[in-house]
Design a protein around this ligand. Structure first.
Ligand code: NAI
Length: 336
């Protein structure tokens, strides 16, 4: 054996052992709606996550194919696919459950238009989570998030297993979009940009805080308004471009994978900060997205709003009636 190939073998061994060390505790993640537009790329991204040792893929249709396909990727996570009779097994022992099940928007629809179909889907799936993995952290993606998170909370309360630290609405795509649009507009390195996005996850309830952006670059009033509106309408931009074939799936899967990774890091003792839509007392709305600290029990701390510009104060005031009514709609549905 030449010296070179011995060195190559050693390097490979070292890199394998480092990968195992950095992987830490292996966690079980379940994805409900895994064969959908978001579910498929999200399944692949979670298969690539070193913190995941078991990955349950559940959907009412198409899971065997997705599970077989993703299972060939040579990473740590063991894949199991479950069809509609397998929900309990998919969930048992899960540390994190990601829920992108439901119908997406078509052109002309608002997220609220999805309510009738997705509310019932989320209620049933969360009920199963409450029964089969009551301690898991739930990441709710299914729209309208402003209502599906309160629905999930009421469902868990009725089972006596609600823990507000463990129910999180995924608004990461709004943060991802705000960062991209701001960096693009101002010619910045997007990887060094950070922008909190607060409120909810629909239209004017999405409020990016460009006054708190890092790095801070001056924006004209027109630029600020255009960036804010583009962030609020980012989903509609994709719905229109897909012309009837659904809403954001690839960027959403990326955002969901980032968010789930932060939840897993938190569980594994490496606290992280993310924006998320959670039960909150920061404003008069009982659910609200701000920065939260994720740690071993889920949300450890909910951050306040910080200093808002006059433009942002007006945006906050304007969103409240809509946000509160969407929350109430969710609560009423769950209680009915
Ligand atoms: P899709 O229609 O491509 O996939 C949805 C999947 O859910 C399908 O595979 C379907 O079989 C499955 N499903 C339906 N009922 C189910 C049930 N009872 N149990 C398990 N699986 C079930 O839709 P897509 O594009 O993946 O979007 C999914 C949801 O995510 C939509 O509600 C959409 O509005 C939402 N979304 C949320 C975003 C966010 O930022 N939070 C961004 C983009 C989409």
């Amino acid at each position: 054996m030449s010296n070179l190939s011995a060195l190559q073998q050693l390097a490979a061994q070292l890199s394998r052992s480092m990968a195992t060390q950095s992987a830490g505790i292996g966690r079980k993640v379940a994805i409900l709606g895994a064969a959908g537009g978001i579910g498929q790329p999200l399944s692949m991204l979670m298969k690539m996550n070193q913190q995941v040792s078991q990955l349950s893929l559940y959907d009412i249709a198409g899971t065997p194919g997705v599970a077989a396909d993703v299972s060939h990727v040579n990473t740590r996570a063991q894949i199991k696919g479950f069809d509609k009779d397998g929900l309990a097994d998919a969930l048992r022992g899960a540390d994190v459950v990601i829920i992108p099940a439901g119908v997406p928007r078509k052109p002309g629809m608002t997220r609220d238009d999805l309510f009738k179909i997705n509310a019932g889907i989320v209620k049933n799936l969360v009920e199963a989570c409450g029964k089969h993995c009551p301690g898991a952290i739930l990441n709710i993606i299914s729209n309208p998030v402003n209502s599906t998170v309160p629905i999930a909370a009421e469902t868990l309360k009725s089972l006596g297993v609600y823990d507000k630290r463990k129910l999180l609405g995924v608004t990461t795509l709004d943060v991802v979009r705000a960062k991209t649009f701001y960096a693009e507009k101002k010619g910045l390195d997007v990887t060094s940009v950070d922008i909190p996005v607060i409120g909810g996850h629909a239209g004017i309830t999405i409020l990016p805080l460009f006054s708190q952006a890092t790095p801070k670059v001056a924006l004209t009033a027109e630029e600020l308004d255009a960036l804010t509106k583009r962030t609020q309408d980012g989903g509609t931009e994709v719905v229109q471009a897909k012309a009837g074939k659904g809403s954001a799936t690839l960027s959403m899967a990326y955002a969901a994978a980032l968010f789930a990774d932060s939840c897993l890091r938190g569980l594994n003792g490496q606290p992280t900060i993310e924006c998320s839509y959670v039960e909150s007392t920061v404003t008069e709305a009982p659910y609200f997205a701000t920065k939260v600290k994720l740690s071993t029990e889920g949300v450890e701390k909910i951050h306040g709003l910080g200093d808002l510009s006059d433009y942002e104060k007006a945006g906050l005031k304007a969103m409240m009636p809509e946000l509160i009514s969407q929350i109430e709609k969710g609560i009423e549905f769950a209680k009915a």
